[in-house]
Design a protein around this ligand. Sequence first.
Ligand code: SF4
Length: 360
Amino acid sequence: MGRIESEYYHHPAILYDRLGDEKKTVFCRLCSHYCEIKDGNIGICLLRKNIGGELYTMTWGRTEGLAIDPIEKKPFYHFKPETRVLSYGTPGCNFRCMNCQNWQLSQAVKYYSDKNLTTKVFLPEHIAEYAAINKIDGISYTYSEPTIFFEYARDTIIECRKNKKTESLFHVFVSNGFFTKETVDIIDKENLLNAINIDLKFMDDQKYKKITGGKLNPVLDSIKRIYDLRDNIHLEIINLVIPDENDKEEDIAKLCEFIVSVSPDIPLHFSRFYPHYKMGNKPQTEYNTLIQAKKIAKSMGIKYVYIGNTSIPGGEDTHCPNCNELLIARSRYGINENNLYINNNKSYCPKCSTEIGIIL
Ligand code: SF4
């Protein structure tokens, strides 16, 4: 551990092709920007550099925000309730969200340039060691976009699996979902992740472009692909409800229509917006808007709908989708009451025996 050290500064990247007769241009297939990068240049994320026809990641091993949190804070409400996760991110992102609450981290390279970053080097073995010492249950790759530090996350997972004390840890991504099919194929083939929370921001491609710099369809594709892997990877979706951007009833209905078309079983979290970064002048989301969003989602058939990033009584509770029995009462990432009936490591409603599908 220490300040940036040159040997870690440029780390070989994965998932790219060499193009052209001299093979000096590279084509990165890690995220859906699919950047074509000439020798000496960097990709849209500002974090991947072509040096002589080889692609390198510039934030491998550079951890920010290392902290231990309840899994509910990520948020995951249907995966390993009440477990403790070690969370970390790295500087940079492939999006430029105007509302980003972590913009000092996600946009760090843009504002401070990669040479001036003071992020400490924390190797995968250090993270595994730290996880073992603190007896945590899993690792969450979060804060900034984990796709962008995919090699670092992957090496951390591999390192944890080598060590008896950390081999059974679970690993989760909190992601914008802008990764590619090729990235999903690696996650699947190497069995890297146990759960993903995907942030579905808008159902409007123009809004995606204007506010995030991304596109809608790759995110929708990621949700469908991850759902197809549901036997191995648990999926939850979060939607930040931003005043005047995606808070109209028709916006919420469109979002819910898509989720129902994939599966009404996917837990959906509506999250309250607070003014940040380039949206510093917008008001917070009204409570009524969030309550109405939840009502719409339930009426359209989504079984598990939550309101987070605030304290609305009952907003974080799980009810049985069949008989409405209170199953789990939560407040601010903590569980106050857990009435699930557990049998053979599966969760059921204690009143009507409906299987709830919370992963224990
Ligand atoms: S990760 Fe995405 S943004 Fe970065 S170079 Fe690759 S394709 Fe471009």
